[in-house]
Design a protein. Structure first.
Length: 611
């Protein structure tokens, strides 16, 4: 056999010269009539069936009969075009000995090899898929009046790990009359592999119908389910049939017993078991046709696909439920943290209030021991609680004349007549009474006194409420710009949180620290991004705010903007170099936060940027 030659090729009735390279060392399989080796046709891989030389010797009386059957196989192959039948590519002749060589499409492996290689049972959907493909091939053959007669696991080839199965080897195939009920063979010996044959094919005068292939498919199906292989038997082949002469009876008792044991290993609820048992009926008329098998196996395949889809849907539902539980857990943690913070704040306020009361008592005690002359001006500034409330109420209500009059009466300008611990300057700043704030500043009101509730100063309150003119007065008078509330929030933080861009500019212009965080690590840029204040975000970034400064949880401004769905802020942060791969809560990236919250526009934006 030459390894490479230009040979005459017959392809579907057309003739041409093709370059065929046959690799005799790469044997894919060996049978009674020849071997299958790897080859290439026009540089494309294919399989070549090389027949044994003995079948083409001139001195062999059986060579003529074999040559006729070989020609019949070629004729059958040329007529077959089906996705579940191995494609016939042509016939070439070996120049050295004139043996014909069949060229066919190359598959990955035989079903036998696939089952031998498997270490566990095949997945159910693979079992159904292989069986269904074989049934489709048989239905096509029977529809064209062809009986395969040698269907076995060796003659079924696979591709893609069982995703596609194809029937091959039509050397024993027989063409019959249209719609025959039964055809008597002229061959006196049993065709094919006996262990795959039905009883009617094992008699001395075999009778064939398409139900022969159906029986063989039943044997193959049991083999697919159990991965147990038929075992050759040397016992006398006898079939009980009174119509046959003595000595012409055949049976496969050991094999039948083994097959029954294999079937006993199949779980009773296995989906393919009814199909296998139906195919293995003793009488041909009790077996299903290939077309009926296609229908029943197709239903199994559809049900399997539906089950897989349903399982996938259930998995998605479970994943969504887990996400919701994670969000609920996250919210509960945040709520508990806020409660803890409030308790801590309240504790600090009580301690601070107690310290102030002690300090006030000490001051009063020291003043009471001074001589009247020494007390001088101090004794004159002691005011009554009624006057202090009047001053506070006037400042709160914006009554300039009342404030002026009360200040002239030497009332305590820094009084805190109500439980919240606010001074007149605080309430005037909160309400935005510019003239009263100016009067109190001129009267030397203390600018940095903290309230009892949250530890906020007058500047905190004005910044929080967006009172730009009041903020300007307080900063010019020397109020501390970076003073922090109990939570650590600065006046700038409060202005950024509420989106007061004019106040933000005043504070930054006077030297406020743009990166000073509160106690949880959140910066002014973080809270502005979280609340979607794009103008404030721009101001902060222009003045040196750290674009990736994160909270203690790891969440960055970009992460929070994506989570809250503020796409305009996301664009600004990205334009200023925000890192899209920094992770926040539970290791999630900004795109994960947007996807979790359903902000598809932000997800698309990040994906377009390659993130």
């Amino acid at each position: 056999m030459t390894t490479s030659a230009d040979v005459h090729v017959h392809l579907g009735g057309q003739f041409g010269y093709q370059n065929v390279h046959v690799h005799t060392s790469k044997v894919l399989g060996t049978g009674s009539y020849g071997s299958v080796v790897k080859a290439t046709l026009d540089h494309l891989p294919c399989a070549a069936k090389i027949l044994h030389t003995i079948f083409f010797r001139d001195d062999d009386p059986g060579a003529v009969d074999f040559a006729a059957r070989f020609d019949q196989e070629c004729d059958i192959l040329r007529s077959l075009k089906h996705p579940c039948i191995v494609q016939f590519l042509g016939v070439v002749q070996d120049p050295s000995n004139r043996r014909p060589i069949l060229l066919m499409e190359l598959m990955d492996e035989s079903l036998t090899g696939f089952l031998e290689r498997a270490t566990t049972s095949l997945p159910y959907h693979v079992q159904v898929n292989i069986t269904h493909d074989i049934a489709l091939a048989l239905a096509y053959l029977h529809g064209n009046s062809i009986i395969h007669r040698d269907l076995s696991s060796n003659n079924i080839l696979l591709r893609g790990g069982g995703s596609q199965a194809k029937v091959t080897d039509f050397g024993m195939s027989k063409m019959v009359e249209a719609n025959p009920r039964m055809t008597r063979s002229k061959i006196t010996q049993c065709p094919g592999t006996p262990v795959f044959m039905p009883p009617e094919a094992l008699r001395a005068k075999p009778r064939y119908s398409d139900k022969l292939d159906t029986f063989s498919l039943g044997v193959v199906t049991v083999q697919i389910i159990t991965r147990c292989f038929p075992t050759p038997t040397d016992a006398e082949i006898v079939v009980e049939d009174d119509s046959e002469p003595t000595g012409q009876r055949v049976t496969l008792v050991p094999e039948l017993q083994r097959r029954q044991r294999d079937i006993g290993k199949v779980p009773p609820d296995h989906g393919l078991l009814p199909t296998a048992l139906h195919c293995l009926k003793d009488r041909p008329r009790d077996r299903p046709s290939a077309a009926q098998l296609c229908q029943s196996l197709g239903q199994l395949k559809t049900a399997e696909a539906y089950t897989a889809s349903e399982a996938e849907d259930q998995g998605r539902r479970l994943e969504q439920q887990l996400r919701l539980k994670e969000e609920e857990k996250e919210a509960e943690i945040a709520r508990l943290q806020e409660q803890m913070r409030q308790l801590t704040t309240e504790k600090d306020h009580l301690a601070s209030q107690k310290q102030r009361e002690i300090a006030e008592l000490r001051s009063q005690l020291q003043t009471s021991h001074k001589p009247p002359v020494q007390r001088g001006r101090e004794a004159m500034t002691v005011s009554r609680p009624k006057d202090e409330k009047a001053l506070y109420d006037a400042a709160h209500g914006g009554d300039v004349s009342a404030v002026t009059r009360l200040l002239a009466s030497n009332v305590n300008i820094n009084c805190t007549p109500y439980p919240n611990g606010w001074t007149p300057l605080m309430t005037a700043s909160f309400d935005g009474h510019v003239e009263i704030v100016r009067l109190l500043i001129e009267a030397k009101a203390q600018l940095n006194i903290r309230g009892k509730e949250l530890g906020a100063t007058a500047l905190h309150m004005a910044a929080q409420e967006g009172k730009a003119d009041v903020v300007r007065l307080l900063t010019e008078a020397g109020a501390q710009l970076d003073i922090q509330r109990t939570s650590g929030a600065t006046p700038l933080f409060m202005a950024c949180q509420n989106g007061h861009s004019d106040v933000v500019e005043i504070l930054i212009r006077n030297g406020a620290n743009v990166n000073l965080p509160r106690d949880n690590g959140a910066t002014p840029l973080f809270v502005a991004s979280q609340n979607g204040h794009s103008e404030v975000v721009n101001i902060l970034l222009r003045n040196g705010a750290g674009v990736d400064r994160a909270k203690k949880t790891g969440s960055t401004p970009l992460y929070m903007a994506c989570r809250q769905g503020h796409i305009d802020v996301v664009n600004i942060l990205l334009a200023n170099g925000a890192d899209v791969n920094l992770t926040g809560f539970k290791g999630r990236r900004p795109i994960d936060a947007a996807r979790l919250k359903g902000h598809s526009d932000i997800v698309c934006l990040l994906e377009k940027r390659g993130h």
